[in-house]
Design a protein around this ligand. Structure first.
Ligand SMILES: CC(C)(COP(=O)(O)OP(=O)(O)OC[C@H]1O[C@@H](n2cnc3c(N)ncnc32)[C@H](O)[C@@H]1OP(=O)(O)O)[C@@H](O)C(=O)NCCC(=O)NCCS
Length: 375
């Protein structure tokens, strides 16, 4: 019989794969460096949260200004990256474009060095690069040239301005900012774990970030916010959605935007965002979409073994109500999560041991290589 240590753990379920002081995710609480997500969502903006994750503490006014000034100074893509961006086929998914262009930008990394201070500045640079890539791609696809970044505004304001080229309304800035705060960090999820595995080989921060973008793209992870809105939009009425979801559950189908490896009684972030989604839908006069949202949700949360919405379910609808095209949703998630990834990169390399788990072999037993004419 296998001993406990010889039993394979698919998906590493229940395995504690390392220690972190960055984030605590459990059913009872979600903390970024000790602060509850509900308080951060209410009282801080994304730049403060990014500072908290990357530097370990919330910034005072002077530190925040310095952080924002650095972020502003890093905005603006190099011409070489813009040229590469123009060559990517129009139908390439935005996450693939982001992956390629962050990688391309790394050849022109303006930050020297591998010490912690340099890594912290590189993290700020990566935040600027990612949002610039997404904005430039969005504008090019819409037949417009990328625009110069706007200095002295919040990161969410800057992002919306660089998409649309006009001053964003206050509600959109606040809601984008809130989603960036909620998406910024979530301990050893798949993309962050990917990032830490790459960090553990002593590879560079940008390689770890590019790998994490690839992991986040998947529909079981960050790609779920795009899948969730596509699900909602496929129905013309709440009734139609209700029929579909009952049938899908009976067939053991997967409902995108629901379920979570850690949260089995609901996702803290989804609760916060759902309230905002309802208010936004009222402002926009789109109760029809909320009715479809609820018609999908109710049978899933009320079944014998309930499954709850994760953050991606309300987020998909929030972004849609803000007028964002679905292809942008997972990239927006990435633009925020870079703060968490980089914090984990720094933490990993400061107390590193290369990740190298074992596997249990289930292939053919020992055999000899036959001569080619006998195969
Ligand atoms: C997030 C996710 C990958 C977690 O996977 P996991 O921890 O391996 O959970 P499991 O697949 O073991 O799910 C446990 C049970 O709930 C069911 N379940 C989980 N998520 C479900 C969903 N979204 N829709 C329907 N059933 C679901 C599973 O079928 C399984 O049922 P069973 O016990 O009868 O076999 C999974 O819930 C999922 O694929 N969700 C949809 C994608 C998504 O929203 N991802 C974003 C996550 S933040």
């Amino acid at each position: 019989m296998s001993s406990e240590s010889e039993i394979a753990k698919p998906g590493l379920e229940g395995v504690i794969a390392g220690e972190t002081a960055i984030c605590c995710v459990d059913q009872g609480k979600l903390l970024y460096r000790g602060y509850p997500i509900s308080e951060l969502a209410e009282k801080t903006a994304f730049s403060e949260v990014a500072h908290l994750l990357i530097y370990g503490e919330l910034p005072n006014a002077a530190q925040l200004k310095k952080f924002q000034d650095q972020l502003s100074a890093f905005h603006g893509l190099r011409p070489e990256v813009l040229s590469a961006l123009r060559t990517i086929p129009a139908d390439a998914p935005m996450m693939s474009v982001l992956r390629t262009c962050v990688s391309m930008a790394s050849h022109f990394d303006p930050v020297d060095g591998q010490e912690v201070e340099a890594l912290q500045r590189r993290a700020i640079w990566l935040l600027a690069v990612a949002s610039d890539v997404v904005a430039a791609r969005f504008r090019l696809l819409n037949g417009k040239e990328p625009i110069k970044p706007k200095p002295g505004v919040s990161h969410a304001h800057q992002m919306l301005y660089s998409f649309h080229g006009t001053e964003p309304d206050k509600l959109s800035v606040r809601l984008l900012d809130l989603t960036l705060v909620l998406y910024a960090e979530h301990d050893f999820n798949a993309s962050t774990f990917t990032n830490r595995v790459v960090a553990s080989t002593a590879s560079d921060m940008t390689s770890a970030t590019v790998s994490a973008i690839g992991a986040l793209k998947g529909p079981l992870h960050g790609g779920a916010n795009e899948e969730a809105i596509n699900l909602i939009l496929q129905f013309k009425s709440a009734q139609e959605a209700g029929v579909w979801v009952r049938d899908a559950l009976a067939k053991k189908g997967k409902i995108m935007g629901f379920g979570h490896r850690v949260y089995k009684n609901g996702d803290h972030r989804a609760v916060i965002l759902e309230g905002e989604m309802r208010k936004l839908a009222a402002v926009k006069g789109r109760q029809d979409l909320v009715a479809i949202y609820d018609a999908i949700k109710d049978p899933v949360v009320n079944k014998e073994h309930p499954i709850y919405p994760n953050v991606d379910y309300p987020c998909g609808l929030v972004y849609y109500l803000m007028g964002m095209p679905p292809d942008l949703y997972t990239p927006l998630f990435a633009c925020s999560r870079i703060a968490g990834w980089c914090a984990h990169y720094i933490e990993q390399i400061q107390n590193n041991r290369i990740y190298r788990p074992l596997s249990r072999y289930i292939g053919p037993p020992l055999r000899s290589v036959p001569p080619i004419e006998k195969r």
